[in-house]
Design a protein around this ligand. Structure first.
Ligand code: GLN
Length: 470
């Protein structure tokens, strides 16, 4: 059985009709991992034993006529997600042998819906990065071109779904880390509103930014997974007590009359490849032909976003990583990788007496202005459309010696995290055989609008059907 073209929706139908069993589906997923992961390096841990047992349990439930939305579906979890009895490293050597005694809330919810965790995926250590190259275990490769990066930090999650090693995967997005690998691997990736999906059990990067979301092949699959994981959690005080719409029921509704804003600052950006611009213009035309109204908007504080992000995020990182001080987890501080060390130093500096007001406090104020830009824009339009990344996937090694250029390349994504609003990456075309993504950004808790527009766009274009040659 080939999982490359299979979606969750199709797999559920076939399981229901008994065209194959959950055991066969999970077996196929494990075989695919064995066959191609040595080239890709998407997985840090494969939960063969646990997944095989869970598949048997799922088959029993199916035989009893139980119907759950993800029953028997193999999914992968980013290695920042705590998984009970399954090793969880955060992509970092420092906690190489950590076996959590509990599941993150998002994992619990997926399992309750019947999903089977097939393994844990590779990532930039602690979530610090845009390429996957900061993993302490070595990089993941882009399935569309093995010499290029798959995007980070949820690199393994993206590569695993893109190659059919599983049918969906979880990610975290602090500044780009779901949407960017989705863009580089031709997938749908949602960064929901901050607080929409609980953070409980996710190893923290920057707590006021960290957002839990998912990577899938299609919009339907994404909406389905997100309606399962969303909603208040008593274990996470920042999870939102806002009702969760049934996102899947918003798919297929007309988008005529919806107002789409194009923020001029994103299209004036220096260094944006002309081919990327053309892809986004073509995508905008598609939406216009479906009856959406396109208007120009401005997000005037965009130029401060990266400076603001790289003060606030390292500050929160330096605080969160202080717990891995070598006392509780055997290893010593020396085993933090280069990038983690860099961020701990920047953050500690920004928070230290005498500098706090000049850096941290100032950046916190700028963050409020950036959020207000989005609020103002959304008083006028339903969603914003922007590119996901200024270029196609770059080569492995291309930016590793220049951390600043790596940081700055997240310019189209980090403002969303500063504002806490939701955004989805949609496959929007190919340039020289490499995938290009487009973001649809919404106001807080407007995920259903994103899914509605994304679905309409997907239906017209079907870029997701272009698979890597593996
Ligand atoms: N690339 C960004 C960073 O390195 C985003 C990381 C993330 O979203 N986890 O901070």
């Amino acid at each position: 059985m080939d999982l490359s073209d299979l979606t969750i929706k199709e797999a559920r139908e076939k399981l229901h009709k008994k065209e194959f069993s959950a055991a066969e589906l999970v077996q196929a997923s494990l075989e695919r991992i064995t066959a191609i992961d040595p080239q890709i390096h998407a997985f840090l841990t494969v939960a063969q034993k646990e997944a095989t047992k869970a598949a048997q349990d799922a088959d029993q439930l199916i035989a009893q006529g139980v119907n759950k939305p993800l029953l028997g579906i193999p999914v992968a979890a980013k290695d920042l997600y705590s998984t009970q009895n399954i090793r969880t490293t955060a992509g970092a050597k420092i906690i190489e042998h950590y076996i959590p005694p509990y599941d993150a809330t998002a994992v619990c919810r997926l399992k309750e819906a019947g999903a089977i965790v097939i393994g844990k995926t590779n990532e930039d250590a602690w979530g610090h990065g845009s390429s996957g190259e900061n993993s302490d275990y070595g990089p993941t490769k882009n399935p569309y071109d093995l010499t290029r990066v798959p995007g980070g930090s949820s690199s393994g999650s993206a590569a695993a779904v893109a190659t059919g090693m599983c049918l969906a995967a979880t990610g975290t997005d602090t500044g780009s880390s779901i949407r960017l690998p989705a863009a580089f691997c031709n997938l749908v990736g949602i960064k929901p509103t901050y607080g929409r999906v609980p953070r409980y059990g996710i190893i923290a990067m920057a707590s006021s930014f960290d957002t839990i979301g998912h990577l899938t092949k299609t919009v339907y699959d994404n909406a389905l997974v997100c309606e399962i994981t969303s909603g208040k959690d008593p274990y996470d005080g920042t999870s939102a007590d806002v009702p969760v719409p049934k996102y899947t029921s918003w798919l297929g509704r007309p988008i005529r009359g919806m107002k789409i804003g194009l923020p001029k600052e994103y299209f004036d950006a220096n260094g944006m490849d002309g081919n990327i611009r053309r892809v986004i213009e073509t995508a905008t035309e598609v939406l216009k032909n479906l009856g959406a109204e396109i208007v120009d908007v401005s997000l005037p504080h965009t130029k401060y976003a990266m400076a603001c992000y790289y003060v606030l995020v390292p500050s929160e990182i330096s605080s969160n990583l202080a717990r891995f001080d070598g006392i509780r987890y055997g290893y010593t501080r020396e085993t933090f990788g280069q990038e983690a060390k860099r961020r701990i130093m920047i953050g500690t500096y920004a928070l230290s007496a005498g500098y706090y007001d000049a850096y941290y406090l100032k950046a916190a104020k700028v963050r409020t202005l950036i959020k207000k830009d989005f609020d103002d824009a959304f008083s006028n339009v339903d969603v914003l459309i922007v590119p996901s990344f200024p270029s196609t996937p770059f080569a492995i090694g291309e930016k590793t010696t220049d951390p600043l250029s790596m940081y700055l390349s997240d310019i189209f994504m980090c403002p969303v995290n500063l504002a806490g609003v939701p955004a989805i990456n949609m496959p929007a075309g190919f340039v020289d055989g490499l995938p290009v993504g487009m973001q649809i950004i919404g106001s807080q808790f407007a995920e259903e609008k994103l899914y509605k527009i994304a679905y309409a766009y997907e239906h017209e274009t079907e870029w997701y059907k272009i698979k890597p040659n593996l």
